[in-house]
Design a protein around this ligand. Structure first.
Ligand code: SAM
Length: 249
């Protein structure tokens, strides 16, 4: 089994594949000030198994395109959407986020939680803009430094993992430079990392290792996740996901 299949096996059962929470998704919806007088057309990019997609479908009168490049996650999303009675509002699309087949001005809202880093914040913010209607809303979460300075060990870890990590003012500057008006920003609280993401993942480690015969590959994946969790636990005052809400101008 390759690493991708192992990662899918570890993460498919989870409610979400990155830090986040229902309350925070709803807060972002409020900050976006969506026009609820008519059905909305929404793209949820890097949707995973659909934590945000399904909540948006439940809360809004919307037609949602859920995009991910892992079919296994999209299959799981469809099962969950059916269980929750919102399957008719959601279309899944297996596609890479850097090659989206959308038309210019097709969407009222582009939503993306914990996923834009896969093509880079600036590339995503700039290339997805054309898919929004004038006045359309962009809601993205992105790993963000919470202060101007931080321990060197942490800086060097993230610099090698994701060099685009930066403070919120820099991210908001990118949003502005690429033709949006910022409408809101908030930081995901600690429970979005621990209770909603890391603790459920930790509870799956033993069964995951068992299923894969404690192979070196499976152990390496668990070790990497444990390392990430330990880093967060030590340095959580210095970074989180920022949620950025902006309007296309
Ligand atoms: N939004 C979900 C959530 O918050 O639970 C998933 C977040 S997870 C950290 C990132 C997601 O992006 C994964 O589902 C992954 O399969 C997807 N992804 C990564 N690279 C991608 C790409 N190039 N195109 C489309 N999806 C991608």
């Amino acid at each position: 089994m390759d690493d991708f299949q192992l990662l899918i096996d570890l993460h498919r059962p989870a409610k979400r594949q990155g830090p986040g929470g229902d309350t925070e998704t709803k807060l972002a919806m409020e900050l976006a000030g969506l026009d609820l007088s008519r059905p909305l057309k929404i793209a949820d990019i890097g949707c995973g198994t659909g934590a945000s997609t399904i909540l948006l479908a439940r809360e809004l009168d919307a037609d949602i395109t859920a995009v991910d490049f892992l079919q296994e996650f999209l299959d799981e999303l469809q099962i969950r959407a059916s269980e929750q009675g919102v399957a008719d509002r959601i279309t899944t699309l297996n596609c890479s986020m850097d090659a989206l087949p959308f038309d210019e001005g097709e969407f009222d809202v582009i939503w993306s939680e914990g996923a834009i880093y896969n093509i880079g914040f600036e590339a995503g913010v700039s290339t997805w803009r054309r898919f929004l209607k004038p006045g359309g809303k962009l809601i993205v979460s992105e790993i963000t430094w919470l202060s101007a300075t931080r321990p060197a060990e942490l800086q060097s870890h993230w610099h090698s993992e994701y060099p685009e990590i930066d403070v919120a003012s820099a991210k908001i500057g990118i949003v502005e430079r690429h033709g949006y008006s910022p409408q809101g920003y908030f930081v995901l609280p600690v429970h979005c990392w621990l209770e909603d993401y890391y603790r459920p993942m930790q509870s799956r480690f033993d069964a995951f290792l068992e299923r894969h015969g404690h192979s070196n590959q499976a152990k390496a994946i668990v070790d990497a996740e444990r390392h990430e969790i330990a880093l967060y636990e030590r340095f959580r005052d210095y970074y989180s996901y920022g949620v950025y809400v902006a309007k296309k101008v």
